[in-house]
Design a protein around this ligand. Structure first.
Ligand SMILES: Cc1ncc(COP(=O)(O)O)c(C=O)c1O
Length: 462
């Protein structure tokens, strides 16, 4: 235990660690109390999409706080609420026109799970209540969202409390859980991951299933893995066949991060509910929510008296919403989606070049500025590092010493093994800054490889 328990009054995220104390930020950089500079190469938790210290957003929040900092959404609404909802609906696929606000992504997914249930119940389908999620996907840490998610390590402690939801594998062609070859799947138009979903639906009974939830591109759990191109179209067909709502979790992929307004737009389908968070306020205020398809809203109005039996004190908080509105205006003015496409392409090229030089990179993947690398003891052969080496954590630790922070993750192979790093800088990142990020990344990997020489060989493969 590094930390002295009696030294402070904070219930820390991890009492075995000490964290640098940040005094301020500017652009893609954060500065700690000793004046040390960190490149925020992961936008915090893929949230700080406009970087740090944007005065315009701070002023918009202060302006709203002075006017009306809080109103209760069961009694009042505000002008900024209408403005932000309209802007979000304009970005969303056609027919998704109503926006419900929460404070965080877990609450957003919790709301989506409840709305799916209420929608079916009100329509006379009371048995429909099970959500099917996917292994190695993350939807949040509240009980409903944790139950829908498939992050084994986060679920384990709470297994007895979790809801009786079901899971299928996330498609991950490079490490196909069904041992299929991508080309073979595509030629035969027969994706095991899709068929498995239908089998689970039939096994549980379609009458019991309310929704299927998935991240369009899997972020923290798989390290930016996209599904095969046809995956979501096939999933949509099955959902339609059995009257199952399709929830796209856009908490990480939304608002330009992947080079489109929403991640699902890479796959040409319209979900029934899209949840969002993080990028909507670029981390300046707790803000998230869901965008709901017209037919769900119509169902709620016709069959349920228009009342969604749910809500939070801070739903549509005026200061958070003002932050979101200011952020979306900046995204629009700065043509951020186009910038992400260009910067993302450059970052991907640099990572692919790095892979040629670095013997422990197994894969480079992602879209836009949601990029990931997967690590392996023997590079292309793909042997994972033993979990106890904590490869991605260690590399990130080295990077922080060198002055950059990435988003490490593990379990990409089977929930336990498999290490990856997300490289997700603010969407405003320049080419020069990408070069700077790549410099620290390469140096961190080199130092890690040097350290491995001290580890007995059997320890790296066991
Ligand atoms: C895809 C996804 N969904 C949901 C969440 C949960 O969001 P929050 O931490 O704001 O509750 C996250 C957070 O990382 C996420 O990446």
């Amino acid at each position: 235990m590094e930390r002295e328990l009696k030294k402070d009054f904070v219930f820390h995220r991890d009492f075995s660690k000490t964290y640098p104390i940040i005094t301020h930020g500017e652009g893609i950089y954060l500065f700690d109390e000793d004046g040390k500079r960190y490149i925020d190469a992961c936008s915090g938790a893929v949230a700080a999409n406009l970087g740090h210290g944007v005065v315009e957003i701070a002023e918009a929040m202060a302006f709203q706080a002075k006017k009306a900092a809080f109103v209760h959404s069961m009694r009042f609404e505000t002008d900024v609420l209408f403005q932000l909802a309209e802007k979000i609906a304009q970005l969303a696929p056609h027919s998704m026109n109503k926006v419900y606000f929460t404070s965080g992504g877990s609450e957003a997914n919790e709301s989506a799970i409840k709305l799916a249930r209420q929608f079916h119940r009100d329509a006379g389908r009371p048995e429909k209540h099970i959500v099917i999620g996917r292994w190695q996907s993350y939807h949040g840490n509240t009980f409903g969202s944790l139950s829908a998610g498939g992050d084994i390590k986060r679920r384990q402690v709470y297994t007895p409390n979790l809801l009786n939801f079901s899971h299928v594998h996330s498609p991950n062609c490079k490490r196909c859980p069904y041992q299929r070859e991508k080309e073979d799947c595509n030629t035969k138009q027969n994706w095991s991951c899709v068929r498995d979903f239908e089998s689970v639906v039939l096994e549980l009974g379609p009458d019991h299933i309310s929704a299927f939830i998935a991240e369009p591109i899997v972020g923290s759990q798989l390290g930016a893995v996209s599904p095969p191109e046809a995956y979501f179209k096939e999933i949509r067909k099955i959902c339609d066949k059995y009257n199952i709502l399709l929830i796209a979790d856009e908490v990480m992929t939304g608002f330009g991060r992947t080079g489109k307004d929403f991640g699902i737009q890479h796959f040409g389908i319209t979900p029934d509910i899209m949840t969002f968070g993080k990028g909507v306020s670029a981390g300046y205020a707790p803000l998230a929510g869901m965008i709901v398809h017209d037919r769900i809203v119509e169902g709620l109005i016709q069959n349920g008296n228009g009342k969604f039996v749910h809500g939070y004190t801070y739903s549509g908080h005026p200061v958070s919403v003002a932050a979101g509105l200011s952020v979306l205006k900046i995204y629009e003015r700065e043509a951020i989606v186009t910038k992400v496409q260009e910067a993302g392409e450059y970052l991907k090229q640099q990572l692919l070049e790095l892979k040629k030089r670095c013997p422990i990179i197994f894969d480079v993947r992602g879209e836009g500025l949601l990029m990931g690398i997967e690590l392996a003891v023997d590079g292309d052969k793909g042997t994972p590092f033993p979990a106890k080496i904590q490869a991605s954590e260690r590399i990130n630790h080295i990077a922080m010493e060198l002055g950059a922070v990435f988003y490490p993750g593990s379990g990409s192979l089977n929930g336990h093994l498999g290490d990856h790093l997300l490289i997700t800088p603010p969407l405003t990142v320049s080419r020069v800054q990408i070069d700077e990020i790549m410099g620290v990344l390469e140096r961190s990997l080199q130092i890690f490889i040097e350290e491995l020489k001290e580890v007995p060989p059997y320890e790296t493969t066991k």
